[in-house]
Design a protein around this ligand. Sequence first.
Ligand code: MLT
Length: 417
Amino acid sequence: MAFINENYLKLQAGYLFPEIARRVKAFADARPDVASRIIRCGIGDVTEPLPAACIAALHKAVDEMGVRETFRGYGPEQGYDFLRNAIADNDYKARGVDIDPDEIFVSDGSKCDCGNLLDIFGPGNRVAMMDPVYPVYVDTNVMLGNAGDPDGKGGFDKLTYLPCTAENGFVPELPKEPVDLIYLCYPNNPTGAVATREQLQKWVDFALSCHAVIVYDAAYEAFISSPEIPHSIFEIPGARECAIELRSFSKNGGFTGLRCGFAVIPKTLKGYRRNGETYPFHALWLRNHTTKFNGVAYPVQRAAEALYSPEGKAQVKQLIAFYKENARLLKEALSSVGLLVNGYADASYLWVRGPSGATSWDLFDRILQHANIVTTPGSGFGAAGEGYFRLSAFNSRANIEEACRRLVDPVLFTPFK
Ligand code: MLT
């Protein structure tokens, strides 16, 4: 008799984005007359082609794979040196941050890293979650039994929720009690907020005071415009002793379909054994990675490396500027109908407060039905997201301009009963 992992049965519904896709399909099937008008601003999936530097690197690497002398089989599980060195030099050394290439683990993306990382944390860790939050952090903890049971309010009874509200600028207060694992994401998905150096320093100091680990998701780092905002948690003194950073090439290089990202685990980050001795998480993750993973495809790693070439950097800059202009246009349209819009300045998401009385799913339905635009309901990211919706700026300019025209229809945001 094979037993199932019953924790999966505690997961609230389908994963948010497939659930949205299901509802959009149902709408499109019911209304074939408008199906082709649907503009998708729900999931944060890129629309623009890969940078030319990546395409050239991919072609070259594929050609190498076709020749005996340059063919490559299994690569190093943690990633090729050429990519780890490029990351260490450009993402860290260039910003005055000391990260050794050996502390970088190349993977097939941050979503997988988020979930897989939990393997190296023992059972019983007290977990602090921002609310609203990228659902993968919560769901993967639920799957492992770290989250407890549904609390009847859309959350889980063993998680420490950190409300991120307009009042605190979407950067949460420190928990009242010590915790062991803290998820932070800046620039934030879904609110688009950023955290200042001072705010992050408070979190690092707090984590050090309770020997906790911060999982810092910096997947949207390329969208930071404000010069004073840190791009990495490791810019904060003390973070090497309390943080893991996750990065992705999905949103800067447009790798959502190519798949590549990385985790940084400093060798100085220690966890605790039950007997009180410390043990480096780096060693555990190395063991995990080399046991469960055979590395990212060689051509994909070459494409990621190309993002750090002078041409690659210029092309990424252009891509980011393109999506940020989309965000600005959306912000302008939504503000013109009196809505409160957060996020667009340093992120690819707009976090929009709906009119009073509207639940997030009310807003989702109304905007889909009347404007044929797909949004993401704020409550899908947690109870504190209720009443909000998220718009993704990842889209073609033509779609964004059309979305802006439709979003200013006053019918959309009249008060709900
Ligand atoms: C989102 O829309 O929140 C993201 O695309 C999800 C992801 O990156 O996995």
